[in-house]
Unconditional design. Sequence first.
Length: 283
Amino acid sequence: MTDAIEEYRKFIGHTIVTEDVITASQVHRLNVTLNREDPIPAEGDPVPPGWHSIFFPRLNLTRDLTSDGMASEIEDGPPSPLPRRMYAGNNMRFHQPFRIGDRVTKEISIASVTPKEGRSGKLVFVTIGVKITGPKGLIMEDDQNLVYREEDTGGAPPPGEPGPEDAAWKRTVTVDPVMLFRFSACTFNPHRIHYDYPYVTDVEGYPGLIVHGPFTAVWILELVRDSAPDAKMTAFAMQARAPIYEGQPFTLMGEPAGDGKSCQLWAVNADGVIAMKASAEFA
């Protein structure tokens, strides 16, 4: 593993630049995936904060994908330091909204590579730095955190942290296979744990299809958007703590601060365990 980590570290600071155009169809596809009855957005309309995963798809050839369906985060970058890749969280700062019709540019680079030893064995944490700019300058920054782990070694997973008993904002959601497929399509995400049931159960050892971490984050953001429609979000940070599985209801919860400048947020899975912990800040 040491050689693989050192190979990955050689790419720290190496920047890849890609471009995209924000279109109404991209945004409306996610609207309908979420069962929102919003009209098709018009030129110049803002995009909800945190929806940037539907832009800048990684267009790798299918033959270049790894056995789990994934590819390197950096084009022509290093191979994965360990065979299993999972989403760990994000730290976003919003400066202005994306708008329909904007031509946008993304700069992506590996910011850090940190090996650790966990209960499940060897782990490598990788932080990907992202900056996205548009016609009026910087739109957002996003530190994306990934964790790579060894092949499944069996054994029971560590116990999770129980979720809060109640909160001011609360909603229950159940994601089915069609929604998982649609979100994978919206984000052009080929990771097989989200759509290939034999693979995720027989090869990776999970009991069912896994809800994407970014999809869970979008659901949390939807809770904020509907509960505080007039709030202007300036930052959003979250950590993935435990899986959420297709067909199992999970509860979105939010507790706003008394001054209205921030809130604490959770996604609690069907076992009552915190699957994602998040916070948001407002102007």
